[in-house]
Design a protein around this ligand. Structure first.
Ligand code: APR
Ligand code: ZN
Length: 243
């Protein structure tokens, strides 16, 4: 492992690095991952909580879950040494961007500037009718009154700025991620099962275009076979060693 880390550090020192992150990078901040024993999707049914069809049918289902389960987590979570290490790598000029599937905003909280949020963010909200924007604080304030929270301008339903199952990724963002992937020298994936399409295609595209692939995860992934480095363990312990 130590030799792999030294070798990866050398590759990073040449620049042109991007990171691709998933729920595992935030696990040490206290936010459960999606899959696995304590995962969100193991405890809650994503076809209800995370689908646009169900949100349109019964938005208060989403909002009551958000109020009781998700909002307190997001509110209390602080960036961990893994997030901070990626921010430091960017500040030092080696890392060009973090492409993330996470919706928790912790990369920005940790200091990262170039963050592509492929699945949106539960720190931003908007009215489905007039598009008025709301912050997490404003949305949380509205939760105390009624569910679902409604727009103070037009009474429309407020929704999170996230990509539900059944929705397209924000136009342009995936293309931007693929463009970065195609020109990267090194891509480091962190804390992702790498199974959710199309986001998970990003590391494969980078590799195909000539980047070297490093995988930081606490369990094997389907891309381990084509990876140049596989670092098994906690993101919050491994990433700081790359600085
Ligand atoms: N350090 C490193 N890896 C970790 C850690 C940790 N501290 N904790 C968990 N992991 C690993 C898990 O073992 C798992 O392989 O991180 C991975 C998390 O995988 P998922 O829960 O599937 O999360 P992710 O890959 O981000 O999911 C992708 O699925 O439902 C959707 O939209 C949701 O963005 C999400 C997408
Ligand atoms: Zn409105």
């Amino acid at each position: 492992m130590q030799r792999m880390i030294e070798n990866l550090k050398e590759a990073i020192s040449e620049g042109g690095v991007i990171a691709f992150t998933g729920a595992g990078v935030s696990a040490e901040s206290g936010i459960p991952t999606y899959r696995g024993k304590d995962g969100f999707w193991t405890k809650y049914d994503p076809s209800k909580y995370a689908s646009i069809e169900y949100f349109n049918l019964d938005p208060s289902y989403y909002w009551s879950f958000f109020k009781d389960t998700r909002a307190p987590l997001i509110h209390d979570a602080r960036p961990n040494p893994g997030h901070v290490a990626l921010a430091e790598m960017e500040k030092a000029g080696y890392l060009d961007a973090v492409i993330t599937q996470n919706i928790d905003g912790l990369h920005q909280a940790g200091g990262s500037k170039q963050v592509i949020e492929l699945h949106g963010s539960t720190r931003r909200f908007y009215c489905v009718d007039c598009n008025k924007k709301y912050s997490l604080q404003e949305a949380e304030g509205a939760l105390d009154v009624n569910l679902p929270p409604r727009c103070n301008k037009c009474e429309g339903i407020i929704r999170p700025d996230v990509v539900f199952f059944g929705e397209m990724l924000p136009p342009g963002l995936l293309e931007k991620a693929f463009t970065l992937a195609k020109s990267a020298s090194v891509i480091i994936t962190v804390g992702s099962t790498l199974i959710v399409y199309p986001a998970s295609h990003v590391p494969a595209v980078a590799k195909q275009a000539g980047a070297r692939l490093a995988i930081v995860n606490d369990e094997p992934t389907p891309l381990d076979d084509i990876a140049d480095w596989t670092l098994y363990g906690n993101a919050g312990e491994i990433l700081p060693q790359l600085i």
